[in-house]
Design a binder for this molecule. Structure first.
Ligand SMILES: NC(=O)c1ccc[n+]([C@@H]2O[C@H](COP(=O)([O-])OP(=O)(O)OC[C@H]3O[C@@H](n4cnc5c(N)ncnc54)[C@H](OP(=O)(O)O)[C@@H]3O)[C@@H](O)[C@H]2O)c1
Length: 323
């Protein structure tokens, strides 16, 4: 099934950072029978339109990379939009994919599904063992519902309808197609913009909020796309050996983390910024460490390829190209 290059593949969110990387990676493998719709052409929160779309297209596989995504500021400001949009998009896509006979679906979640105080690195098993971080709780609850929806459909219809719906939980991602908005972006695109602007204006120093000591993990988006295709195409027997029916999601991380100070230095180097890097220690740091345990995926035979240094150079050239 997975080697059939003619199979019809729907990538929901194909213009987003991850969706576009999945299309790029599938194309590089020789797949070319894609179904796509922009947000303008098909609002995935609209159940009747999603039902009609699946009935018409009947794809073989679905990558569910459409979601309402944002940083802390956006999650804090628009909690209703985050929970409503994500629950609607994923419920409509998963349910109508099922009704249209889609056998394989991959749902993209996020590392924020894990409890705020989870042991590090975070294993898949810590899901639902503690309280979530309050700022992105609505988003995380939607993502957890997405995993549980895939599992529930597998448990009820897996044997009778031959469906196999899987979930992957990426760590922080960056790369081409990222959102460089000054307020609503994640840490890497925000730092790329700040270092770029400091370089262009010959600013002597870039000041980073906090102590620079918290540790975070980052994965280049094409590695994420490759991991998504790898998990989608894994033989069912092997996937089942490494997962449980009610514990079926797979972490996708880089494998190691860096301090924010190390990250800032690496971004400065990728941008070619010559000035100093300072830290405003009066600002809050956030969690000391957020790091995924990717052991399950590594045992299955996949590991990240793009180093942080290589990925930042590629991300910066994409940023410059799109300015
Ligand atoms: N970026 C990260 O660091 C990160 C980390 C962990 C997990 N993830 C997960 O990876 C997935 C993809 O994220 P991303 O970074 O690629 O986000 P993104 O760049 O914002 O892409 C999301 C795409 O979904 C589309 N979309 C959103 N709502 C829609 C709707 N109602 N109908 C149709 N299309 C809709 C967006 O279209 P518009 O832009 O036109 O709305 C956009 O093209 C998400 O599930 C996210 O949770 C991302």
């Amino acid at each position: 099934m997975s080697k059939d290059l003619k199979q019809k593949i729907y990538i929901a969110g194909h213009r987003g950072m991850v969706g576009s990387a999945i299309v790029r990676n599938l194309e590089a493998k020789g797949f070319n029978n894609f179904v796509t719709r922009t947000h303008g052409e098909l609002d995935l929160t609209n159940q009747a339109k999603v039902a009609a779309f699946f009935e018409q297209e009947k794809p073989d596989q679905v990558y569910l990379a459409a979601a309402k995504v944002g940083g802390i500021h956006a999650n804090n400001t628009y909690p209703a939009e985050f929970i409503y949009n994500n629950l609607m998009v994923q419920s409509n896509v998963i349910h109508h994919a099922f009704l249209a006979g889609v056998k394989r679906l991959l749902f993209l979640g996020s590392s924020c599904i894990y409890p705020q105080l989870a042991n590090q690195p975070m294993r898949e098993e810590v899901l639902l063992t503690g309280k979530l971080e309050p700022t992105n709780e609505p988003y995380a609850i939607a993502k957890i519902a997405g995993i549980k929806m895939c599992e529930s459909y597998n448990r009820q219809y897996g044997a009778s309808h031959g469906i196999d719906y899987r979930s992957v939980m990426p760590t922080n991602l960056y790369g081409p197609g990222d959102n460089y908005h000054p307020e609503n972006s994640h840490v890497i695109p925000a730092l790329i913009r700040r270092f770029h602007e400091a370089k262009m204006s010959n600013a002597p120093e870039v000041v980073i909020w906090g102590t620079g000591t918290p540790r975070r993990e980052f994965l280049y988006v094409d590695d994420m796309a490759a991991a998504s295709i790898f998990v989608m195409d894994l033989d069912k027997k092997i996937y089942d050996q490494y997962t449980e029916p009610m514990q079926s999601h797979i972490n996708v991380g880089f494998g190691s983390d860096v301090t924010i100070a190390e990250l800032a230095k690496a971004v400065g180097d990728a941008v070619g910024y010559q000035g100093k890097i300072g830290f405003d220690r009066s600002k809050l740091d956030g969690s000391p460490r957020k790091w995924m345990d990717s052991g399950r995926l590594n045992q299955l035979g996949w590991a990240a390829k793009v180093s942080l240094q290589q990925g930042l150079v590629l991300a910066y050239s994409d940023f410059v190209r799109t300015q």
